[in-house]
Write a protein that binds this ligand. Structure first.
Ligand code: PMP
Length: 433
């Protein structure tokens, strides 16, 4: 609970398109591990921060120490006009981890900026402003990225600086190809891609951008191999593949380090942000050197890759690799997935449970409605209130706002998984009653 006054002041001075969760929005004032405390002293298990910000949890000593050591030098930032050792070191590591040959890295402060940069690079490199994106996608909140975002609810402006065509693929549950098995679905989407290329573009397209699992779109998870088939089609015309790993990167999907790895393909460009900073502002784009160096003039990001953010990011990377958090994401994800599927078997409001690792979506539908079920955003809002009342924070999303999003920090323990499952079980029952 927040003092009502703060909520009123927020509403008065911040734009009305900045949405808040909950009937009574909370202010988080303290946090540790996977738990956060609000202004009234209530503590919650945080099952959403993992994806938004705190990939490995709150108050991690190794990360605080790395940031403090940098602060102690007195250098919060200088400028990219001088050498920044931490930035170079982190770029070297990310270039190597990306699997992209001859890779270079450019740091930004956010996922939006990372995708804006990727768009600029791809369009310049290909000398084309035609972009392919997926229906139900989300890529950011600035002019270009809003322009390519396929999820209408999060595409605040309809004016786009690029010409975008949307293809099927990400959101299988409500796709016209939903009834097909995985292999046939992949082929149907690949045929759709060919058709869109042929009929809505000049063929001279810069890039296709895709989230390996659609985040804001409700953790919509395409079958493995889909983007591998897409890449074969793109390669016929030299079209670049941009993997937006802002939510799927750093091992969160459990089985792979990057979401795109499940598709057996290395993208031409990869964008990242959110979890890498574990709460600090950092993002970036990785691309083959030839693509990264294609711009014709100077460019700068004043704060992108500053010594404080890169110190925190390097410590985050060390921590998640040293503690095999990808392995833990796979393990805890399997427990949560099995528990939620069991709940689904006896809870008519749950239409679909999907995802990978610690990105799990639960799509809610009106019980008794015709398959795949009428979307029930009101039920999702009720479940969020019910989980909050029981001390658990989760997210929601999806094209219709009817998908629960479960994305805890990757340091999650067995006990916390069990605790959250019990709360979700009770909350779903209460919200369906
Ligand atoms: N891409 C994806 C897949 C995202 O989920 C988001 C944020 N929700 C962004 C880009 C934009 O990132 P940011 O909010 O850091 O600008």
């Amino acid at each position: 609970m927040t003092e009502p006054d703060l909520l009123q002041r927020h509403r008065a001075v911040l734009p009305n398109w900045v949405s808040l969760y909950y009937d009574e929005p909370i202010e988080i004032v303290r946090a540790e591990g996977r738990r956060v405390t609000d202004g009234s002293g209530r503590t919650y298990l945080d099952f959403f921060a993992g994806i938004l910000t705190n990939a490995i949890g709150y108050d991690v000593t190794e990360i605080s120490d790395a940031v403090r050591t940098q602060l102690d030098t007195g250098v919060l930032h200088t400028s990219t006009l001088y050498l920044i050792r931490k930035q170079v070191e982190l770029a070297e590591r990310i270039a190597e981890l990306s699997g992209i040959p001859d890779a270079k890295v450019f740091f930004t402060n956010s996922g939006t900026e990372a995708n804006e940069t990727a768009l600029m690079l791809a369009t310049q490199y290909r000398r084309s402003n035609q972009i392919l994106a997926l229906r139900n996608s989300y890529h950011g909140r600035a002019f270009g990225t809003v322009g390519i975002t396929g999820n209408r609810g999060w595409s605040a402006s309809a004016l786009s600086p690029v010409k975008v065509s949307y293809v099927h693929g990400g959101y299988r549950y409500r796709s016209p190809f939903a009834g097909l098995d995985e292999a046939a679905y992949v082929e149907a989407c690949t045929e759709d891609l060919r058709d869109v290329l042929r009929t809505t573009t000049s063929g001279d397209v810069a890039a296709l951008i895709a989230e390996p699992i659609q985040g804001v779109g409700g953790f919509a998870t395409p079958p493995d191999g889909l983007f591998g088939r897409f890449k074969e089609v793109l390669d016929e015309s030299g079209i670049l593949l941009i993997s937006d790993e802002v939510q799927t990167g750093w091992g969160r999907t459990g089985e792979h380090f990057w979401g795109m790895d499940a598709h057996g393909v290395t993208p031409d460009l990869l964008t990242f942000a959110k979890g890498l900073g574990n709460g600090l502002a950092i993002g970036g784009v990785v691309a083959r050197g030839e693509i990264m160096d294609c711009l014709g003039a100077n460019s700068i990001s004043t704060f992108g890759g500053n010594p404080v953010s890169t110190a925190g990011a390097a410590a985050t990377l060390d921590y998640l690799l040293d503690h095999d958090l990808q392995g833990n994401a796979a393990k805890q994800g399997a427990t949560l997935m099995a528990g939620l599927r069991e709940i689904q078997s006896r809870c008519a409001v749950v239409g679909d449970v999907r995802g990978k690792g610690l990105m799990i979506g639960v799509e809610l539908v009106r019980p008794g409605s015709q398959a795949p079920g009428e979307p029930d955003p009101a039920a999702a809002a009720r479940v969020l209130e019910e989980t909050k009342a029981r001390g658990l924070l989760i997210g929601k999303g999806g094209l219709h706002g009817n998908v629960l999003r479960i994305a805890p920090p990757m340091t999650l323990t067995d006990e916390e998984s069990a605790e959250a499952l019990a709360i979700l079980d009770d909350s779903l029952a209460a919200a369906s009653a």
